[in-house]
Design a protein around this ligand. Structure first.
Ligand SMILES: NC(=O)c1ccc[n+]([C@@H]2O[C@H](COP(=O)([O-])OP(=O)(O)OC[C@H]3O[C@@H](n4cnc5c(N)ncnc54)[C@H](OP(=O)(O)O)[C@@H]3O)[C@@H](O)[C@H]2O)c1
Length: 330
């Protein structure tokens, strides 16, 4: 597994980040333990979790299975409650207790919230760092202007900056290409790209016009069903392209995300040990520029001119990431 520098911190992490959202729901403690062991055996040390996954259960499982392994890991978790000062400070203590550790490597705001106060947030996050409870702080799902605004506040006050933006990024959800990825490149912000397999849609098991695979997230995820009906034809072409190249759709999906120089680490979720190996193997295969163009054209998700107000790839996440200032109560 390759390692990459995490933002401009001088710290190196595995290029693959393991997403643990399925721990405690589709994956029990014993399987989670095997997954973590296999990750460490193959050089994957970057682990993403969140207090809200399973309402704390995922962090609790990690607390159990990280025993004796904690120092080998670069562990990220996220604020659970509100984003006011008190919630941030309480939330980190609760996460540390569940995770059975004194610190996390990365502490993230999970979502921007209407009425949030960036000054208060940045001061509270800085306190988390100065107390030694997190090495670095960052955010998820922040529009570029909000990240820049927050880091300007941090710089004025000598506080810890946001070093990471964790965002949805895959061949279907491409809104971040407009401003977030260029900002990250320009500012040395780490981009951790979640949902690289579109919740499993690009793994080859979802076929257009065929029944949903049994025991899969497609059985319960309305998002996944919508994407399949909207992009089913593209998914078919994607699977056939992978077959023609002699690779798996998982390899192709991850290679597509890794193709962007702005992406530090794709965060891949697995619900079983058997899925993990295909995922790890995917990081050894690169997409050529010609193949990138061909595969991308299977999906009509290119982000068009902003001035024309056409954002075909942003149907899902753009309304939440609007750059208007209602987030700050303005
Ligand atoms: N910050 C945020 O707001 C945010 C939001 C969402 C996710 N995340 C993070 O990102 C991580 C990944 O997101 P995600 O799980 O939604 O999306 P994903 O990584 O695109 O999809 C993971 C799903 O793909 C399927 N899969 C994986 N490997 C496979 C293989 N080799 N063969 C067949 N199927 C395979 C599994 O589905 P089945 O379980 O159906 O088999 C798995 O649950 C999460 O764990 C979490 O850490 C962050």
């Amino acid at each position: 597994m390759n390692t990459v520098e995490f933002a401009n911190t001088g710290v190196h992490v595995s290029e693959m980040c393991l997403g643990t959202m399925m721990f405690g729901s589709r994956c029990d403690v014993a399987e989670a333990d095997r997954i973590l062991g296999a990750c460490l055996d193959q050089g994957v040390n970057f682990i993403d979790t969140a207090a809200m996954y399973g309402n704390g259960e995922t962090e609790r499982i990690l607390g159990q299975i990280m025993k004796g392994r904690r120092e080998k890991l670069f562990l990220a978790t996220k604020v659970h409650k509100g984003v006011d000062r008190r919630s941030i400070l309480e939330s980190i203590d609760e996460s540390l207790a569940r995770l059975q550790t004194d610190y996390v490597d990365l502490y993230l705001i999970h979502w921007p919230v209407e009425g949030m106060r960036p000054l208060e947030i940045m001061e509270a996050l800085n306190q988390v760092v100065t107390q030694g409870k997190a090495r670095f702080v960052g955010c998820c799902n922040y529009p570029a202007w909000l990240l820049a605004h927050s880091n300007a506040i941090a710089a004025r006050n000598g506080w810890a900056p946001l070093v990471c933006n964790q965002v949805a990024y895959n061949i279907i959800e491409r809104g971040v290409e407009v401003e977030i990825l260029p900002q990250a490149m320009a500012e040395g912000i780490a981009i951790t790209a979640y949902r690289p397999l579109v919740q499993g849609l690009l793994t080859g098991k979802y076929r257009w016009g065929q029944p949903l695979p049994e025991n899969s997230r497609g059985q319960t995820s309305a998002q996944l069903i919508t994407w399949l009906s909207q992009y089913g034809e593209g998914v078919e072409r994607f699977i056939r392209f992978a077959e023609a190249r002699g690779i798996t759709p998982v390899q192709l999906a991850i290679a597509w995300v890794r193709y962007s120089p702005a992406v530090t680490s794709p965060i891949v979720g697995v619900s079983s040990l058997s899925q993990l190996q295909a995922t790890i193997d995917a990081f050894a295969w690169d997409l050529s520029p010609e193949d990138y163009e061909t595969v991308t054209a299977f999906f009509n998700t290119e982000v068009k001119e902003e001035g024309l107000q056409r954002f075909p790839g942003l149907r899902y996440n753009f309304p939440r990431l609007r750059r208007n200032l209602h987030l700050l109560g303005m």
